[in-house]
Write a protein that binds this ligand. Sequence first.
Ligand code: MF3
Ligand code: CO
Length: 256
Amino acid sequence: MITRKSPSELEKMRRSGLLVYEILHKLAEMVGEGITTHDLEVTAEKMMKDAGAKPAFKGYYVPAAGSRYPFVLCTSVNHEIIHGLPSNKRVLKKGDLVKIDTGVELNGYFGDSALSVPVGEVSDSLCKLMRVTQESLELAIAQARVGNRLFDISGTVEKHVVSNGFSIVREFVGHGIGTKLHEEPQVPNYVDRQHENPRLKEGMVLAIEPMVNEGKPGSKVLSDRWTAVTTDGKCSAHFEHVVAITANGPWVLTRP
Ligand code: MF3
Ligand code: CO
């Protein structure tokens, strides 16, 4: 069942969304040569505490991993796609691409967003990978309208990514969000008949999160049981926003 949120619930989700935005904005400013992904984790955890919010990821049980996620952030560098574990041994260096993904629970409602941040100057191909991934998210957001179907979102991401020579990660998908981090429906970044294709209705809220590989589409999970990496060692990019479907069109809750 896909839940639909009332205007007052959307206002609460807006507050969670803006807190996630503030945290990611601050972390993106911190990113630079010599800082560690643990430094980012510490700052994010403090900001959540100060805001009276709970981390959405820390302690969240993920069946595929068979355990609870141990951090407030996922920090995935270069060929790491998602679920990279913050570490004080992971020192960022010039030319890296770090994906930061985080979520909060505030007053019972969740926010979830991710972005890819270059460390210093990165190669032209990484710039293009970032740009195309972000564009695919923006184009998908524009499809989050009453009367469209879910696959209008999925197909828009897929078409933009593939036509630019990159590939879609298929093993991980976006999701509905609200009083739980992950709600129905799944929001794949590609179209296939394994997934439902519901009509989009007012009050539905979706976390749209394209994960785009520079090379082959495949992924595998490392022996830490969390970090998902590309199989060919090439880079991956990730952007995510929470979008409410309203009578006035898409409302991105995770940015001002
Ligand atoms: N943003 C990701 C998602 O929406 C990460 C959450 S999974 C967790 O699925 F394990 F990190 F909590
Ligand atoms: Co998400």
